[in-house]
Write a protein that binds this ligand. Sequence first.
Ligand code: ATP
Ligand code: MG
Length: 724
Amino acid sequence: MDVTPILENLNDAQRQAVTAPAEPTLVIAGAGSGKTRVLVHRAAWLIDVEGLSPQSLLAVTFTNKAAAEMRGRIETLLKLPVQNLWIGTFHGLAHRMLRRHWREAGLPQNFQIIDSDDQLRLIKRLLKNLEIDDSRWVPREIQWFINAQKDEGLRPQHLDDEGNADRRQMISLYESYEEICERGGLVDFAELLLRAHELLRDNAELLAHYRRRFHHLLVDEFQDTNAIQYAWLRLLAGDQGVPFVVGDDDQSIYRWRGARVEHIHRFQTDFPGTRVVKLEQNYRSTATILNAANAIIANNSSRLGKNLWTEGAEGEAIRIYSAYNERDEADFVIGRLRDWIDQGNARADSAILYRSNAQSRVLEEGLINARIPYRVYGGLRFFERSEIKDALAYLRLISNRDDDSSFERIVNKPTRGIGARTVELMRSYARANACPLWRAAGATASNDLNGRAANAVSAFMSLIERMARETSGLELHDQVDHVIYASGLVDFFKKDKGEKGETRVENLLELVSAAKSFQPDPAEEMSPLDEFLSHAALEAGEGQAEAWEDCVQLMTMHSAKGLEFPLVFMCGMEDGLFPHQRSIADPSGLEEERRLCYVGITRAKQTLFITHAEQRRLHGMDNFSQPSRFIGEIPDEHVEEIRPRVQVSRPMRSAESQTRSRRSTAPASELGIRLGQRVRHKKFGDGVILNCEGQGAHARVEVNFEAAGTKWLVLTYANLEAVS
Ligand code: ATP
Ligand code: MG
């Protein structure tokens, strides 16, 4: 038999999965075992060998970046571009369906997506309108409640207050929130999924159409699907569709956002006769890295259990650096990065991972000082920056006057004499007449407002109308360009002296470039502007717009899922930070943190550094912490500890921390000397060992002498005497 190139470079188990008959299939396998690769080859196989039209495939990935990569890899395998192949995230695909069938979905044609910031602002405004005390009813908690209900597929009318007054209030807020969204044509992230599910559930014809069309449903990172995503998938598959899902229970890290690893079991019941394929060979990491990851995850009790092995080389030891504080940590990371870049490696092949977004700031500072280009991925901040959101709000209002959250954002930005009281008047008019703010503005300007305020409001409204007229028919980037100037935003930020204003103007200009490089999808039935706005909203959570430069990748461990890098730094490995404080006491929370750690470690292909700091300033507070318990779970033979070179006296670690962290691999132990030990020198007197370096005759120690200060001494000549 001819082996098509599609089956080259696959092992037997992978090949079995790729060529499986059209039956529900579950590939369950550990990190780096080729799950994503199998999915890509499966798609290519179905198109090339089984002769299916790309139209009949639907592929779901976890990020937009992964979707783009998957498309590229399929096209490379097929050696031709594949149009009509739906690949995207659950959110992206749901959005596409809603755009096509807005009418059936009960949405206005130009509905707008709001991100979680917009959502929060909307909720705050809602509380204000209803005169509800936001200290008792915390906006974030309401937001959390609403999204959690939607993730479970529940509308307010499905909810029972269970005789509980607080719950009743929450449900009623959810209801009011829905009304506002309905009125403004606003759709939040959770709503995208819920609506898309309802769309299919309630439209038999549409459902039949999509079931006929999408015969094969391919899903990556299946372990992190939430209830509504799973329900959508199941609905779409029906009895005839062929779901092909790949996942790893050990990498389930989004429970806190509604993901349910239980779907792995559920799948096998819901699709009887499911073929289960296990992949056990890891192709990504060195044996050292893989074994360390295996050892850590073995401490979790709720696992399906897998045996992951590699034929790869043992590789270098995992280097653990114990920093004095977060700046020392950043210096270390940057030093190592420098070496690595100087050796001719691509910056993009390195990643700095951390548990919490706030950790990036110090690292970023260091990178900027060292002039190493970097990109914060996943916290992305480009479309989230406030000046960008201002410009987008203008664009949105131009596209849809009923978009209240955009209206509020820019009605007085740049300042144009529309004060809080005027806005309040418009709000109460809108409330009383159940109409959008735009209409309320028109009505109040002609009736209720005094001359100055009325003029200001009318001027604002004509500005928007004028901008709409002047941009209609322009190319997308010319529209953006026009709007950033005509709105007065550029001038406004220019007045903002100093670096901040300058950066903001640069960012606005960058938005024009983003629009320029934006490629509207001809298959989408909306204007390029609406598509761009949707793209901005969907992309906001996900990473810098475009990588135009080879740069180091910074991201949280959560965003690193599915990715791989030759060089990885895992920073801030401290108890309290990672595992996160709030998970430490909760066994299932701790297991999720451990899975996250497993995800982090298994991103590394060749070189892994783990760093922790004894003292860390984060969110403006100083913390003293112990090294993460996860470090202690790595078997000794896989690690090598690097000690900092500290010039001044530094706090010695507590006894507990010394036993938990490893003894140095340096020579001190040969001579019965360990870090932190008191020693006596004939000339310098008593001191404490801070650091050791080198082996045998070259072994040196750094001692902090009480009287003579810190000195490096060659061990064999120093004749140190241990003092108890
Ligand atoms: P994760 O759980 O992290 O998402 P994964 O199981 O999806 O990992 P992939 O990303 O598909 O794994 O593969 C990991 C690496 O191993 C990739 O670089 C991939 O190209 C390589 N790889 C997978 N299978 C093979 C194979 N049979 N031969 C050579 N390389 C392979
Ligand atoms: Mg993968």
